[in-house]
Ligand binder design. Structure first.
Ligand code: SAH
Ligand code: MG
Length: 192
């Protein structure tokens, strides 16, 4: 399958792949920052990883974590279309267990998995981020729930943790964070 077919199949199967306007923002940053090593938390079927790989330098690599076996199987098939000279590695398992075992540094980290784990993912991402690296967190506004005072929703645990993520990234004097209303909300964090 080519990238469009992978995208359309994912949409048909209701897999929450990255939205076009979110992708556009990240691609612009990648053109400027030229990341060579990327970490992604939440592979799904490999669509976002394949999109990012287009903007990777030759010799660059993406490590991407996924725990769902069916999706891993599909992602492995899909990432075969990655261009020569670029690498996508799927790390299989729960990111909560895998992240603490990593020690390589990354130029870009894309957080796009269990919303309730965002504060933990942030802590690990900050540890694994290069000096000039950048962290993106997708779905940070979660359908608008995060910025509204509506807190009786059944997803309130996720909302609480997403609010915590925003607080941690915006109130830390060593970090610079922008929250964009693209897609389902995108947080962009850099070290000052
Ligand atoms: N980044 C993908 C979409 C990811 S959807 C894209 O834009 O194309 C989120 C994925 O994260 C799901 O496939 C889900 O199985 C996975 N996930 C959620 N919590 C996880 C965890 N704790 N560890 C590993 N994978 C997780
Ligand atoms: Mg997402």
């Amino acid at each position: 399958m080519n990238l469009d077919e992978i995208k359309n199949k994912a949409l048909e199967n209701h897999i929450p792949i990255i939205m076009d306007d979110t992708l556009e923002v990240i691609e612009k940053v990648m053109i400027n920052n030229k990341p060579k090593k990327i970490l992604e938390i939440g592979t799904a079927v490999g669509y976002s990883a394949l999109c990012f790989s287009k903007f990777l330098e030759n010799g660059g690599k993406i490590d991407t974590i996924e725990r769902d076996e069916e999706r891993i199987k599909e992602a492995k098939e899909n990432i075969k279309i990655v261009e020569d000279g670029k690498q996508i590695n799927i790390l299989e398992g729960d990111a909560v267990e895998i992240l603490p075992t990593l020690s390589d540094k990354y130029d870009m980290i894309f957080i796009d998995a269990a919303k309730g784990k965002y504060p933990f993912f942030l802590e690990q991402a900050l540890r694994l981020l290069n000096e000039n690296g950048i962290i993106f967190a997708d779905n940070i506004l979660y359908k608008g729930y995060v910025m509204s005072d509506y807190n009786k929703h059944k997803q309130r645990t996720a909302v609480t943790h997403l609010r915590e993520y925003i607080k941690l990234t915006t109130e830390n004097p060593e970090l610079e964070t922008e929250i964009l209303e693209v897609g389902d909300g995108l947080a962009i964090t850099k070290k000052k």
